[in-house]
Ligand binder design. Structure first.
Ligand code: 5AD
Ligand code: SF4
Length: 459
């Protein structure tokens, strides 16, 4: 009988991708995914260290898992192996084992290909396994291919780590320095996904537009060139990439937004703050104006481009005037969506040592103000789609019977009354209703045109 594997994923999409790859590595050892930790033979928490709250969640979850582990063992149902993976494991390996000695394995994001050895080691008596080494070799070269039917929309990791060292951020320490996979390996994985049924690929990286690697023609490519290359894959209909740094938004990539139809008109381009003083203290290496100029050029290349961003409020030393500058920048750009966070001091980062850490009450107040404005912009953006007709890629059944759910080119959830046979396919839809977090549509055209993918309405 298959052993039950439960993976709980916290944080970013890179962790979602990594969790899927861990399941791939463990499959040959007889582990099959299950959707509850109760009675599981192995539980992996794939953790996030980006903000304090994200890390603390891990320790409370470990407390719950300990009870499940004890219950399983006292019921004579065998052992539950508890593992902590991801960025908390990387940053706090020893501390986890001290605080939660019932944990069997702790391993960082660069070690997943060594999981089979770790499992063997952990099953032998005597202490926990700790592996938080950074690799001499790249883990990507050692991970098995994903087997089985692919999701309609899938992630593909092309770059990992970050050399930008924003002063608030732990990523350069937990994920290490930038590493880019070769174009040929990326193309092979993309083709495999498409063969398995994937229609949309989101290229992932901590600083994805810093990607640069050996192209299939032997030359050094950057992301714009890679996107053009992947767009040539038949059956791949949509390409996205995330997350980008404004400084790495080069001409070739901006041009690709205008030239490549398959590159979707939605871009997550975090700015963090609209104040030049705070941007400098954050070591973002650009001004508010630099960012606005990049947005202008992107919109000139692709007029229907929608943008989202990340914002941090209450960075050390942020004044009312700095915060007002952030609100101004938001008003100027007009975002379709955004994530906003209260600054959280992360041990080991330069900003954690800065004076003038903002009071909690100030952070709360600013976050509420920011979210109010961003919420209004998001709602306004959704309303611009009322009555519009555009292709929707259907991914899953809707919440109510008789409905299917998909995504607009701008990442909006779209729900339509239609048969489940639409799942995995694209259909031109008209938007007839706008709710807070989704659009309601109806299928506008249902003829099938396999010969001309560009004009295809329902493939
Ligand atoms: N405090 C608050 N937010 C942070 N982020 C990264 N580090 C911190 C921190 N220390 C946010 C940034 C980043 C997103 C992934 O998380 O906005 O873009
Ligand atoms: Fe962190 Fe992104 Fe800055 Fe890199 S660019 S240090 S991942 S916030």
């Amino acid at each position: 009988m298959a052993k039950k594997l439960f993976i709980k994923t916290y944080g970013c999409q890179m962790n979602v991708y990594d969790s899927a790859r861990m399941a791939d590595v463990l499959q040959p050892l007889g582990y099959a995914p299950t959707d509850s930790p109760d009675g599981a033979d192995m539980v992996i928490l794939n953790t996030c260290h980006i903000r304090e709250k994200a890390s603390e969640k891990v320790y409370s979850e470990l407390g719950r898992l300990r009870r499940l582990k004890d219950a399983k063992e006292s019921a004579g149902d065998g052992r539950m192996t508890i593992a902590v993976a991801g960025c908390v494991a990387q940053a706090e390996g020893e501390e986890i084992l001290a605080r939660a000695p019932y944990v069997d394995m702790v391993f960082g994001p660069q070690t997943y290909h060594r999981l089979p050895e770790m499992v063997a080691q952990a099953s032998r008596a005597g202490g926990a396994v700790l592996d938080v080494e950074f690799p001499v070799e790249a883990k990507f070269d050692h991970l098995p291919d994903h087997e089985g039917p692919g999701a309609t929309s899938a992630f593909l990791s092309i770059q990992e780590g970050c050399d930008r060292f924003c002063t608030f951020c732990v990523v350069p320490y937990t994920r290490g320095s930038e590493y880019s996979r070769d174009a040929a390996a990326i193309e092979a994985e993309a083709r495999k996904l498409v063969t398995s049924g994937t229609r949309e690929i989101t290229l992932l990286g901590q600083n994805v537009n810093a990607w640069h690697g050996a192209g299939t023609n032997g030359k050094d490519w950057r992301l714009g060139r890679l996107v053009r290359h992947l767009a040539e894959i038949d059956g791949l209909d949509r390409i996205r990439y995330t997350t980008s740094h404004p400084r790495d938004m080069d001409d070739e990539l901006i041009e690709a937004h205008g030239a490549v139809d398959k590159l979707m008109p939605y871009l997550h381009l975090p700015v963090q703050s609209g104040s030049d003083r705070i941007l400098a203290a954050m070591n973002r290496q650009h001004t508010a104006d630099d960012y606005l100029r990049i947005v202008e050029r992107l919109r000139a290349a692709r007029p229907d481009l929608a943008l989202s961003s990340d914002f941090i409020v209450g960075f050390p030393g942020e004044t009312d005037a700095d915060f007002a500058a952030t609100l101004r920048l938001i008003s100027e750009v007009g975002y379709a969506g955004a994530y906003s966070f209260k600054y959280s001091a992360r041990p080991g980062t330069p900003a954690a040592e800065m004076e003038n850490q903002a009071a909690e009450s100030v952070r709360d107040e600013r976050l509420a103000g920011l979210q109010q404005l961003l919420g209004e912009q998001e709602a306004a953006f959704h309303h611009t789609k009322q009555g519009a007709v555009f292709p929707v890629l259907f991914e899953k059944p809707g919440r109510k019977p008789g409905q299917v759910a998909g995504r607009s080119p701008w990442m909006q959830a779209v729900v339509v009354e239609a048969p489940e046979s639409l799942i995995g396919r694209m259909a031109e839809c008209r938007i007839v209703g706008v709710a807070a977090h989704s659009l309601h549509g109806e299928v506008a055209v249902t003829n099938v045109d396999h010969e001309t993918p560009a004009k295809r309405v329902c493939a």
